[in-house]
Design a protein around this ligand. Structure first.
Ligand SMILES: C[S@@+](CC[C@H](N)C(=O)[O-])C[C@H]1O[C@@H](n2cnc3c(N)ncnc32)[C@H](O)[C@@H]1O
Length: 256
């Protein structure tokens, strides 16, 4: 059975298949199409892994900041992307310095891909860091994995609390699915899109969830009903895996 929902892929943008790209076909087409239009002066990617999505962002932007908590992406990719500065650290702590640098360089931040820490708190923190800065220009933000229940909660909670300056918000800009690999009925993928305009002063707009019913129905049959309630056991699971010398799934992001 072919279980890769990201390939084959047809586009005038030549995708380098050697760079693992953790997105579905629909998400890939969307990222390419959007960036072709936006042509960012400066873009930021939070969560780079093996550079699949970075190759597109780098191609269509003049300059890019890649933030990853692991130094592995920079080690692997720095020589391939001359317009990308690799920043190692927790994104919510690195963002403000990058925003300052962009402002001091008299550049325009046009685009951010949020694809780092997918926990509810992690996504919330990223959005809070993005939002807390007094941006000058409108920014388009894509958030990957908006179909994952925890990640979606983080995005939704944040936007509900901070609807100011938002001119467009849709949690299901691209819908996610049960993921196609060896995970059992885990909900992943999906792209949420937010357009933020610091000069937008009128009443806050509503947050779109065009596939709310699909999300709710899928959730009822998902593993998250059980799994997300047992999160408090995860540290214990990590300890047991370590004792047994087994790799935890999240560890694929640390070294490669
Ligand atoms: C799903 S992968 C990114 C996939 C990539 N955007 C793509 O489409 O191929 C998530 C990445 O986020 C990084 N990450 C996790 N938590 C982070 C954090 N708090 N700050 C920065 N990066 C983080 C991981 O090291 C990993 O490389």
């Amino acid at each position: 059975m072919i279980d890769n929902i990201g390939k084959p892929f047809f586009s005038s943008f030549k995708v380098d298949e050697s760079l693992n790209w953790q997105m579905s076909r629909a998400e890939k087409y969307t990222l390419i199409g959007l960036l072709q239009e936006l042509k960012p002066d400066v873009a930021i990617e939070i969560g780079t892994y093996q550079g699949g999505s970075l190759q597109v962002i780098s191609h269509y932007s003049k300059n890019v900041y890649s933030i990853d908590i692991s130094k592995a992406p920079g080690d692997l990719l720095a020589s391939r992307f001359s317009n990308v500065e690799f920043v190692v650290g927790d994104s919510s702590r690195c963002l403000i310095d990058i925003f300052e640098k962009i402002k001091n360089d008299n550049r325009r931040l046009d685009f951010i891909l949020v694809d780092g820490d997918h926990t509810r708190k992690g996504v919330y923190r990223d959005l809070e860091a993005i939002y807390s800065y007094p941006h000058i220009h409108p920014v388009t933000i894509l958030m990957h994995d908006s179909f994952n229940p925890e990640c979606r909660k983080g995005i939704r909670d944040f936007l509900k609390k901070h609807p100011e300056h938002i001119t467009y918000a849709e949690l299901d800009y691209v819908t996610g699915s049960y993921w196609h690999n060896d995970t059992y009925r885990e909900m992943w993928g999906g792209l949420a899109m937010v357009k933020m305009d610091p000069n937008h002063k009128s009443a806050p707009i509503e947050i779109g969830q065009s596939q709310k019913h699909l999300f709710a129905g899928t959730y009822l049959h998902s593993i998250h009903l059980i799994k997300d309630r047992l999160q408090f056991l995860f540290p214990l699971k990590r300890k047991i895996f370590k004792m047994l010398g087994k790799k935890n799934r999240a560890e694929i992001y640390d070294t490669f």
